[in-house]
Structure formats: C-alpha cells, structure tokens
Design a protein around this ligand. Sequence first.
Ligand code: HEC
Length: 230
Amino acid sequence: MYVFKRIVTMTLMCSFSLWASQSVGKYQLAEKISDEALQSWNISVFPDGKNLPEGKGDYHSGKKLYENLCVACHGENGKGGIKLDPYRGAIDTLVKRKGDKLTGEKPKKSIGTYWQYAPLLFDYIRRAMPYQAPKSLSNDEVYALTAYLLAENGIISKKTVISKENLAKVKMPNVNGFICDNRVDTKSVPCMKNCPLPDEKSFNEGVLADETDHLKSDCLVQPNIKFSGE
Ligand code: HEC
C-alpha cells in the first residue's frame, strides 16, 4: 500500500512538473511566439478598418446589450451617466442630446462629435468596455453595440447591419473638424544642486524647447478612406 501511494504521488508530481514546464516554456524570454498566440493581443483596429474581425451586429441586439451591460454607467440611451457634471449637466455623453449639433465651432462632446473614424469606436469598446470587464465581449456583440451607438447619434439608420465590410465607410460627421496639434514640445533638465526656488528668475532655465516637430509629421498621415456616398 505504501509503495502504491508513493507511485501515485510521484506520478502526480511528475505530471505536474511536466505541465508547469510546458506552460512556462511556451513564453520563455526570446522564444518565438506562435502566430495564433499573438492574435489574442493583435487587436488594434485602424481608422480605415484594417484589422477589423469577422462578425456583424445590428441596432436591436446592440440596444439589448447596452441596457444590460452599459446603462449603469452611461445612463439611459447613452445620454447621461458617469460623465454628468453637477454644474454643467450632461457633458461628454455617449449619445448627443436633442438639438445638439455634431459639427461647428465647439460641439458638445459625444461619439458623434469627438470620434473621427468609426472603426476606432469598435476598437475602443472591444478593448476597454464594459469598464469592469474589458475584452469580455464577443466580436458580434461589439459590432452590435457600435451599430446601436452610431444609430442613437443619428449617424446610421437603425436598420443598418454593421460589419467588417461597411464600418470604415461610415463617415463620422465631424471627421474634418479636427486640427493638428503641433505645439512645440518642451523638456526639462533636472536640477540636482543649488536649485532655484519657483520665484527666482533662473527657475525655468532648465526648461528647453524641443523644436523637433514630432506631431506635425504624424498629422500628415491621413487615412485614405472611401466613405459611402462619396
Ligand atoms: C462601470 C462603469 C462602466 C460601464 C459598465 C461601461 N462603461 Fe463605458 N466608460 C466608463 C468610463 C469611466 C469611461 C471613461 C473612460 C476614460 O475616459 O478613460 C467610459 C468610456 C466609454 C466610451 C468612450 C466615451 C468617449 O467618447 O470618451 C465608450 C464608447 C464607452 N464607454 C462605451 C461603453 C459600452 C458600449 C459599455 C457596455 C458594453 C460600457 N461603456 C460600459 C465606464 C463604464
């Protein structure tokens, strides 16, 4: 009996260590990761729709999902919720409110005004929402929620089924309302001894302007998208 027990224990130990070394071994430093394993991280969707996954969803399934998973934080129909400001009312809501314009000088913040390209909305919801359980939604669910939020903002019809094929073709109303932020960067050299106090003249001397215009070069990259109806 004793010997038998030893054998069982040893077998268990061996199989455990084999399992442990296999699962650890898979991702050792400098070891090539398989394409399949990489795919679960490779979820960035681009403005022109590149890397959107297979799947589809419509307004009605999106509405149901919204009411179960999102309403607690974003309010009924996306018009309230966490971004309610006690002094200014609902700002930064997901859905525009009646009468709000989606373009112009300073449109109120909503998906309709502050999202330049529709595929990025898919990307954001898939990777970040619901807030307490990111990456928990299926691709079909994310397509449905995207369709729901775009339709509630008046950007697509409630009948449009959203998928990989048509999401990038949805023209966001304020796509041309963004400006390039090419303000000069600054960098500061840390002071280590005899440092001036904030009210001394030499206080800001360590702050240097970095004239390399990093942002301007980024701004020149405009995705080439054929929106439907153009
Ligand atoms: C527990 C609260 C919570 C839940 C539930 C939640 N969200 Fe959010 N959501 C947030 C917070 C907080 C932010 C702001 C995050 C930030 O700015 O970093 C946000 C931001 C967003 C934004 C970006 C808004 C913008 O324009 O800046 C979208 C879109 C969004 N949520 C969609 C959803 C959807 C769809 C669901 C349901 C699947 C959902 N959220 C569920 C808390 C929540």
